[in-house]
Structures are given as structure tokens and as C-alpha cells.
Write a protein that binds this ligand. Sequence first.
Ligand code: SAH
Ligand code: SF4
Ligand code: F3S
Length: 459
Amino acid sequence: MQTPQEKFPQLCCEQIKLLTGGKKLAYIGTYGCQQNVSDSEKLRGLLIEAGYEPTDDDSAADIVVINTCSVREHAEAKVFGIIGALSHKKKRQPDCVIAVCGCMTEREGAKQKLRASYPQVDIVFGPSELQRFPEYLYRHLSERERVFSAHTYAAAERPEIHEGLPAARDKSVSAFVSVMYGCDNFCSYCVVPYVRGRERSREPEAVLREVRGLAEAGYRDITLLGQNVNSYGKGLPDAVTFPELLRRVNEIPGDFRVRFMTSHPKDADGELFSAMAECDKVAACLHLPFQSGSTRVLEAMNRRYTREQYLEKVTAAREKIPGLVLTSDVIVGFPGETEADFEETLSLIEQVRFDALFTFIYSPRPGAPSYLTKATDAPETIQARFDRLLAAQNRISEELHAGYIGKTVRVLIDKEVGGAEYPFEGRTEGNRLVRCKTGEPGQFRDVTVGGATRWSLFE
Ligand code: SAH
Ligand code: SF4
Ligand code: F3S
């Protein structure tokens, strides 16, 4: 049963359909992380309810939605470029609607820039008000007004979670399920706590209902999402922890795999590793961002763990979870990072040997505490460190991948990609990409690995 509040977006969708007569095309451009991919799936679901048909061609669309990311300067610059280019479309097609949403719109500076310098933008709203999108769209279509949401997190400390939005998913084999929103960790370089607001968890029953539905619909790979899933459950009336949630998800009948991201190392503990080891549906893979190998830098980043504590967690996880695939994120060039600090980052990756590593150059974000602290070294020095790090990780990934040759791995076939030799693509339990000779999307297959590169495995 939907509450009247939950029904309201659908009522607005019906009004939009009456107003436009349906038969309109919608394009959604998504930037940023999986959280945005998942949000875009809900926006697409709402647009379908409002009578729009999804298209991949923005030039033909009657509405263009740009779901933005703010995590690094480059991400914002790219989006401003795309929105800028949409002015040509607006000239050609003045009735088309341009909506901008996502994390960037929660940065006051970016929002002001959109208002002042991008007149082609009709609607702006933040990531915690997806449910209001139909209302904003209706207001714009009926009154021709520019609708810039006045939402700020200051007004609603912990915005309510709106359940029941329809999701039109990108894929039919794998699916994202948000278990929580926002972040309370305030790493000093990061804009996410400011653009996504305070941490809040969905009721376990709502998560379980969604996973059950996906399993029944034939989804085989389900990723539970949150900025720090280990904080799941804080503040819920029925205080369920993340390991407990994993155990409950594991009991749902069906042949599917469960992953999750992201885990903050300070809260990843034995409870989590035991749940991962004991739940047969939970994949033996863990994304555990370390950010820096130097305790001094970790302290300045407000990460609240030391290099040694991080390494202890890795050892504990590997002891408990056989065949664990471990991936991580790292930042190079944080203000104050010295050559010696960087050497510690390098030595950490040599010691841990991550299966894959997402490497970033530090980007100062307005509003984040480290914003005004200048980098100690020149950009060229930082770039050279970044290149050394990448080269080291590429070698490690290549060596680890070569170790799969001759072994048999269980692969979930994702899709048919064409090509003569390896027409199918799939993923191992540890999320390694495998190019396969045969298969059927949505089916598991045991594949003997015949070749490997740093990026993927081959049958
Ligand atoms: N909540 C997740 C990650 C969110 S952002 C976590 O804590 O693990 C994804 C990654 O982007 C981070 O792990 C970090 O490595 C990187 N990142 C975040 N802010 C950044 C910044 N200002 N400059 C460079 N990289 C950044
Ligand atoms: Fe950003 Fe840190 Fe929160 Fe991750 S845990 S989203 S890096 S503040
Ligand atoms: Fe970007 Fe927002 Fe995700 S800032 S990384 S889209 S939470």
C-alpha cells in the first residue's frame, strides 16, 4: 500500500501525460558513481510513467536530464561543457526541456552558475528529491517557469527516504539496490557529505522486498549500494547491522550473487568478514578504499585509521574469506603529501597486491575542509607520482590475472558483445571481466581461463 505522499509523484506523472499527450522522447545522461546510475534508473521509471519513451539520442529527445557528479573538478567541468552544448539544441527546439540534477546541484556555487550563465536549463533539483521531479516537470510544462529547487540539507537534517519510486533498470542481469544514502564521515578532501547530506538507511524490509523482487525477475547479480555500507542501520528503529542485512539477503531464494560497495576501512570488521565467508550468495570480493599508505596523510584526510590498521584488516579479511578479490581507491597529491608519503602508498600496494585499483589525482573541492590547503609539490611532480603508481598497479594486475590461466572460474554472462572469437562477456565472482566463446546472458558458466591481460581474462 502506498502512502498518499508516495502516490503524489505518480499523480503528477498522470498530469504530465495529459498535458503532453504522451509519445515524447526522454534522454538521461548519467555521470559519477553507481549511486547516480541507480538514481537515473528511478528518474527513467518516473519519465516512463509520465508517458515518455527512453532514447539514447539526445538530439531527438523532448526532455534531456543530466545527472551530475561533483567529486572532482574535472567531473563538473565535463558536465558544464555538456550543458553548454545543449544551448544549440534549445535554439533549434525551444520546447525541449533541459533538467539538471545530481550532486553538483547541491553545491551553491554550481547552482548559481547554472542559474546565471546557462539560461537553457529549465529545471534543477538535488539527489534527495527524485520524488519531486514529476512535480517540478509539471510546473515547468504548465507554467513555463524555470524551476530551481530551493532544497538545502541544512533545512532537512536527515531527509526522509522516499520509497516506492518505479525503477527502469539499465540492465537485465545485474542491478543496484541502495541500502543507505548520504555520508557522515567527512573525509577532509571529499564533497560527498555536503552534496548527499547526512547518512540515512532504508528499512531492512524495504531492501529485502526489492532484492526479492529482483531475484524473482531473474536478476543474477545484485550490488547493495551506500557511501559506507558498514554504517548501515544506524538510527533505524530496528537496529540491523550491515552484516545482519547481508545474512537476511542471503536467505532470499534464487540463484543470484550479492556484492556491496563501499566499505570504509575504519568500520570493516570481523563481523563483516564472517558474514561474507558464511553467506554463499555473497561474492568473495571487497572494495576497501585505502586512499593513502601514509598514516600522516591518512590523519590529515580524517580517515580515522592508520596504515597498520588498514593492513591488519586486509590480513583478517583474507584469513576469513578464501579467494578474496580485493580492490581499492587511492588519491595522489593530497596537500602536504611528500615523496616519502608517496613511497608509503607505493609500498602499500606492493604489499597488498590489489586485484584492481582506482587511482585519482587530488582535486580541491570548494566546501571540503582541505580546499584552501595548497599542494606542497608542483603538478608535474604529482603527475609523475601518479604515473609511477599506475605503472606499478598495472604490473600487479597483469601478474594476478596471469595467475588465472589454466584455472576454472564461475562466470555470470552479462551480455552478447559480438565479435568472432569471444562474442560473450561475463564477470567472475570477484568481478573480473571474462571474454567467453559461448554463453547465454543471465546464465552462470564454468569457464577455463586460456589467456589474460591486465584488464580481462579470456576463455
Ligand atoms: N564513499 C566512498 C567513495 C566515494 S568517492 C568511499 O569512501 O570509499 C570515490 C573515490 O573518489 C574516493 O574513494 C576517493 O578515492 C576519490 N575522491 C573523493 N574525493 C576526491 C577528491 N577531492 N580528489 C580526488 N579524488 C577524490
Ligand atoms: Fe567521501 Fe569519505 Fe564519505 Fe567516502 S567516506 S563519501 S570518501 S567523506
Ligand atoms: Fe559523484 Fe555524487 Fe557519486 S559526487 S561520485 S555522483 S555521490
